[in-house]
Design a protein around this ligand. Structure first.
Ligand code: ATP
Ligand code: MG
Length: 158
């Protein structure tokens, strides 16, 4: 199904902004122009739900979550950045493995099964994209994924 990812992403962010219980600020840096990608919208909703829930779960009180989207060559890159305690470098790739959780004591308290990012990875890869995380301990984490994007003439008319 062809979806304008800007609108799609914006609506998902709206839903979290309306229902969040934490004191966390949202900032959006999305593309101005409609950007159509061919995706399974239900699956990508699950991917974003997990990444955004994680960002909220690990955000400090008063923290900011930044939602970004850029176009780069033949792909779009979608990112969610938080100001949480971060993930140690050695664990950055492991968080995409099933049942992997960085700090068992901390994460047990926050709930979850450790499956969210493993499922997200599977779904992003099924779309021909990649998923990765960058983090500075004590400063925050950015989780990003890419999706193939083909510039079409129609985009200029939006
Ligand atoms: P589930 O998503 O199944 O409810 P979960 O959130 O613990 O459980 P994942 O979403 O797969 O599982 O994340 C795996 C682990 O990666 C988390 O337990 C946490 O340790 C770490 N993690 C993920 N996102 C962040 C983040 N934004 N900041 C800090 N740690 C994170
Ligand atoms: Mg999760």
């Amino acid at each position: 199904e062809w979806v304008d990812f800007v609108k799609f992403y914006d609506r998902i962010i709206d839903r979290f902004e309306l229902t969040k219980e934490q004191n966390v600020h949202f900032e959006r840096k999305l593309l101005e122009q409609a950007t159509f990608v061919e995706i399974d919208a239900d699956k990508l909703t699950q991917v974003l739900d997990n990444i955004i829930s994680n960002a909220l779960k690990y955000s400090p009180d008063g923290g900011k979550v930044t939602f970004m989207m850029i176009k780069e060559d033949e792909r779009i890159i979608v990112s969610v950045k938080d100001e949480g305690e971060g993930i140690p470098k050695d664990n950055l790739e492991k968080i995409f493995e099933r049942f992997y959780r960085v700090d068992k004591a901390r994460t047990r308290k926050l709930g979850g099964t450790g499956l969210g990012l493993a499922i997200a990875k599977e779904m992003v890869e099924a779309h021909g994209g990649e998923i990765w995380a960058e983090s500075t301990e004590g400063q925050g984490t950015t989780v990003s994924f890419s999706l193939p994007y083909v510039q079409t003439e129609g985009d200029d008319w939006e």
